[in-house]
Design a protein around this ligand. Structure first.
Ligand code: URA
Length: 201
């Protein structure tokens, strides 16, 4: 995957990045959102989850994955022994809510995705969980479907470092298609096999 590569010395802190995001007016989404949604969980945690974009609840609270999809994500994390209060850093590809939760547009992803790559570069997770096609396609630089990409371990190269990435369906999709949940358990097993416990080499 082709990703923006900044020299380490060029990296802002997560607080600086959060302020830059809050002030961003690079696309039209800043006109309609309530606030930017930067991250939740624990910076520098070994596991980082990347989703698509804020929805209504996220736009209102300023935190990613707090609505129904977020509750399912929390259950998925529990299944791998992880918890957003202690072991997981969570962010989205888009920091502003698309009106009516429409899909992100290509130009919006191009403007906004450097922020999530920078969050990865700074937070340095040991493993990534990418949920849904927009996070997966953006971070892997692929146009393939989730169905084609899931079931194997991928890598996202950030700053010359290959970070293992497990890809799976978006929890909002699973709420609409519960019959797909069985596949997600397989993906979570693959995630569990990655050693992302704190302090491991
Ligand atoms: N869906 C996402 O992809 N991200 C959120 O923060 C909420 C719902």
């Amino acid at each position: 995957a082709v990703v923006p590569q900044a020299a380490s010395s060029d990296l802002p802190s997560l607080d600086q990045l959060r302020s830059t995001v809050a002030a961003c007016r690079a696309c039209g989404l800043c006109e309609t959102r309530t606030q930017t949604v930067f991250s939740d969980g624990v910076p520098y945690a070994p596991l980082m989850v990347v989703g698509e974009a804020p929805g209504a609840e996220e736009d209102a609270s300023g935190l990613p994955f707090v609505g129904r999809a977020g509750q399912l994500l929390d259950r998925m994390l529990t299944a791998v022994g992880a918890n957003r209060a202690s072991d997981v850093y969570i962010a989205n590809v888009l920091k502003c809510r698309p009106p009516g939760n429409r899909n992100p547009e290509v130009a919006e992803i191009e403007k906004c995705s450097p922020f999530v790559f920078q969050q990865i570069a700074v937070s340095q997770p040991k493993v990534l969980l990418l949920v849904g096609r927009f996070a997966i396609q953006t971070l892997l630089g692929s146009k393939k479907s989730v169905g084609e990409l899931r079931g194997q371990l991928h890598h996202v190269t950030v700053q010359g470092r290959d970070i293992p990435a497990v890809v799976t369906y978006h929890p909002a999709y699973l709420l609409r298609r519960p019959e797909e949940k069985a596949k997600v358990w397989d993906d979570l097993l693959l995630l569990k096999q990655q050693d992302f416990t704190q302090g491991s080499a």
